[in-house]
Design a binder for this molecule. Structure first.
Ligand SMILES: CC(C)(COP(=O)(O)OP(=O)(O)OC[C@H]1O[C@@H](n2cnc3c(N)ncnc32)[C@H](O)[C@@H]1OP(=O)(O)O)[C@@H](O)C(=O)NCCC(=O)NCCS
Length: 299
């Protein structure tokens, strides 16, 4: 109906009803129709934006994706996500059964099972897809990538929140199992075939079974952080010991000369530190341990 027709209708109604009752009713109806139309247009726009964003995620993260048509038709991860978006919207409205049925239909078509209760962020991408399972209380951030065979599952021991929370920009390698109500921090990379049952700190690479961080903040984990400007110098240490021992021996010879009544012309020598007293010749002298002069100095 054109706006001209609506105005004509209004005019007619105004003439027909002296009390104005019918005119008011017609005005309300028009308002409702306009509001519903606006809301539908808003929803359609939002849906179009979301779908475009989902396709963009595929284009950005899979170099094999060549055209929009290919992305639309050849990416089961994308289809599974769209099934999930519908199922999740209904789940949030407490619609019974239908969300699970849609989820199972998605699983049948794509081989990917996402429980309608799972919360999934923007630009989510499941590459290849087959065998991916995402449990009911999983929470997935933005820009997350999962490869085939990944499970965001429960351990079977927990109730309530029992599935992982995965931060933004996380990549989970093929066939990795993330189990339990664990937190996988932002920017984590989970190596293919890993099993995570504990939290993963942000910005780490976690690999193995059980998963352990091997790279943190861009640096390999487990390699000591050496202070290169203060490295020990074993040769210099050994030389210092030798000098101390020589001075010590000279002092002792001087003592012996004195006690034998010999010349005292030669004064006991000292090192640069003049306060140093004459020292004993004990082999265990810790300042200059014999072992440190044997070519295997302690450092
Ligand atoms: C973990 C991964 C993301 C690399 O992350 P990264 O931060 O660049 O880590 P690095 O390559 O520096 O590896 C760090 C250490 O972890 C080891 N490592 C890497 N991936 C591993 C894995 N999946 N399992 C066990 N160890 C692994 C490396 O050998 C290296 O060990 P080293 O220090 O003893 O040499 C990558 O190896 C991976 O597994 N990607 C998954 C991709 C995938 O699933 N593809 C499927 C396509 S179909």
């Amino acid at each position: 109906m054109s706006s001209g027709d609506v105005d004509a209708d209004r005019t007619r109604l105004g003439r027909d009803s002296a009390s104005g009752t019918r005119e008011t009713f017609s005005g309300d109806t028009l308002e409702i129709i306009r509001a519903v139309a606006a809301r539908l247009a808003g929803l359609a726009q939002k849906l179009a934006d979301t779908l475009a964003q989902d396709m963009q995620a595929v284009r950005e993260r899979d170099p094999a994706a060549r055209s929009n048509l290919e992305i639309l038709t050849c990416y089961p991860g994308l289809h599974a996500l769209w099934f999930h978006r519908v199922a999740h919207a209904l789940w949030q409205k407490d619609v019974p059964l239908a969300p699970r049925l849609i989820s199972q239909l998605g699983r049948f078509v794509t081989g990917i099972e996402i429980h309608p209760g799972a919360t999934i962020g923007e630009k989510f991408f499941i590459d290849h897809g087959a065998g991916v399972v995402i449990g009911e209380t999983s929470e997935v951030g933005d820009n997350v990538t999962l490869y085939q065979g990944v499970t965001l599952g429960g351990t079977g021991k927990e109730t309530g929140k029992r599935h992982p929370t995965v931060g933004d920009n996380v990549v989970v390698g093929a066939h990795s199992q993330l189990l339990g109500s664990i937190d996988v921090g932002k920017d984590v990379r989970v190596g293919a075939g890993s099993v995570l049952v504990h939290d993963a700190p942000p910005n780490t690479t976690v690999v193995g079974n059980p998963g352990r961080p091997v790279v943190s903040e861009g640096a390999k984990v487990g390699i000591p952080d050496i202070d290169y400007t203060h490295l020990p110098d074993p040769m210099a240490e050994a030389m210092k010991c030798l000098v101390r021992r020589v001075v010590q021996l000279e002092n002792e010879v001087e003592e012996l000369r004195k006690s034998a009544g010999g010349s005292t012309a030669t004064k006991p020598r000292t090192t640069a530190k003049k306060t140093r007293p004459a020292r004993s010749t004990k082999a265990s002298d810790d300042a200059c341990d014999q072992s440190r002069l044997d070519g295997t100095p302690e450092v």
